[in-house]
Write a protein that binds this ligand. Structure first.
Ligand SMILES: C[S@@+](CC[C@H](N)C(=O)[O-])C[C@H]1O[C@@H](n2cnc3c(N)ncnc32)[C@H](O)[C@@H]1O
Length: 197
């Protein structure tokens, strides 16, 4: 009885702590606002692993996947590196798939999925940004990527970012013998090919 009385004032704090731990994998479930800029094509899991290897992701770093599809990149970041990871997609169907994936893999405490246009995002919290978009969309992201803190890594599956010199680029063929994939790495501050751009 005495113990119950002593614990009573702690209950609201405990409830709040539980909510903070359980809530991160949410999204505003809203209708599609416009068409996606690129269709959904998933990155094969072995290529996802290669992207993280190239980005040299360290435990606890914050990962943003811009256009997250079924959420495989943020889920991998959480499971493999204990990263806090955000996935953003404009398509509500993809957002729903991502949320299911997060739940299936029990990483709700680390992964947040949002239905959002990537061109309206503030990327300042990210340590690592992953992309599988299109060359012209990578270029359109430059003003946002320019605002990343120094030392952030950006990895792009298959597509370059014209006008910005990559630090590394590799070709990689998954073990199933399917096509060769290219992965690009940039490290901030971005190195412009013609300064002033
Ligand atoms: C090629 S898929 C890549 C999916 C995932 N990143 C992967 O590598 O497996 C591109 C994704 O970007 C999303 N997308 C396209 N335009 C977008 C935009 N403006 N804002 C947010 N997401 C967008 C699409 O809905 C699609 O799911």
């Amino acid at each position: 009885m005495k113990r119950a009385i002593l614990l009573a004032p702690c209950v609201p704090v405990l409830v709040l702590a539980a909510l903070v731990v359980l809530v991160p994998a949410y999204s505003q479930d809203k209708p599609a606002q416009r068409e996606p800029d690129v269709i959904y094509v998933p990155t094969p899991q072995e290529v996802v692993d290669k992207m993280f290897e190239l980005a040299d992701v360290r435990p606890g770093e914050i990962v943003y996947d811009l256009g997250c599809g079924d959420g495989r990149i943020p889920v991998t970041a959480a499971k493999k590196f204990g990263s806090r990871a955000w996935g953003f997609d404009i398509n509500p169907v993809r957002v729903r798939e991502s949320l299911e994936n997060v739940k299936k893999n029990r990483v709700e405490n680390l992964v947040t999925i949002k239905q959002q246009d990537i061109f309206e995002l503030d990327l300042s919290k990210a340590d690592v940004v992953t992309l599988y978009l299109l060359p012209r969309l990578n270029v359109k992201l430059i003003p946002q990527l320019d605002k990343l803190k120094p030392g952030c890594r950006i990895v792009s599956h298959d597509f370059n970012m014209e006008g910005v010199r990559p630090k590394r680029e590799i070709n990689f063929r998954p073990s199933d013998g399917s096509r060769e994939h290219r992965v690009y790495l940039w490290v901030t501050p971005l190195e412009k090919e013609s300064p002033g751009r």
